[in-house]
Design a protein around this ligand. Structure first.
Ligand code: GRF
Length: 189
């Protein structure tokens, strides 16, 4: 049994898709949802699914290495960042080397890095007059959005598309591909 921990800061629509995708599987389970926001919608959703939840604060995450012990306690094999906005500290990158995936709402290496999240990304893509955008699933290292790319999917941008329209198209791609990419990644291990 491979066990996944999803880290998320927001509503968790990707987290929901991943949980639904693996719900009936006996070889993979989403065992834990971690959030840095006590009121994040993702925690309510995890509760509905009866999945264990953990709220973290900066002191625990950055000033101790206790997170490793917590994740070991749940026997977590893979960490999936689904809209998690904090940088992963190096002790965690080292402990889970090659076993942390992130999703980014643009075609990395373009439109990545610190401050490039959510609508900031889509506004930048729109401002640059891009004809396409997409999403990237990549391994996580100590730098924002820089690890090896595992999978990308693209969508066209029409001239009349606003940043909000681009966001919708990209989110649809994320929902379509994130869980199956995780599944394939786990099979390759
Ligand atoms: C997604 O666009 C993801 O790429 C980004 O944060 C967003 C999360 O959305 N990193 P949701 O919380 O899964 O709805």
């Amino acid at each position: 049994m491979k066990k996944i921990a999803i880290f998320a800061s927001g509503t968790g629509s990707n987290a929901r898709k991943i949980i639904e995708y693996f719900a009936d599987r006996e070889d993979v389970s989403v065992s834990l949802v971690v959030s840095n926001k006590a009121k994040a919608g993702v925690l309510d959703m995890a509760k509905e699914w009866d999945i264990d939840r953990m709220v973290i604060n900066r002191a625990l995450f950055y000033e101790t290495e206790d997170m490793v012990a917590h994740l070991k306690q749940w026997e977590i094999d893979l960490i999936v960042l689904a809209g998690f906005l904090w940088l992963i500290p190096s002790y965690l990158v080292t402990s889970y080397a090659g076993r942390i995936l992130n999703i980014h709402p643009a075609l990395l290496p373009a439109y990545g890095g610190k401050g490039m999240y959510g609508m900031h990304v889509h506004r930048a893509v729109k401002a640059a007059g891009e004809r396409e955008s997409g999403m990237t699933i990549h391994l996580v290292n100590e730098h924002y959005d820089e690890g090896d790319i595992i999978f990308q999917a693209r969508c066209p941008i029409a001239p009349e598309d606003e940043a909000e329209d681009i966001a919708k198209k990209v989110l649809a791609l994320e929902h379509r591909h994130f869980a199956s990419t995780i599944d394939q990644f786990l099979r390759q291990e």
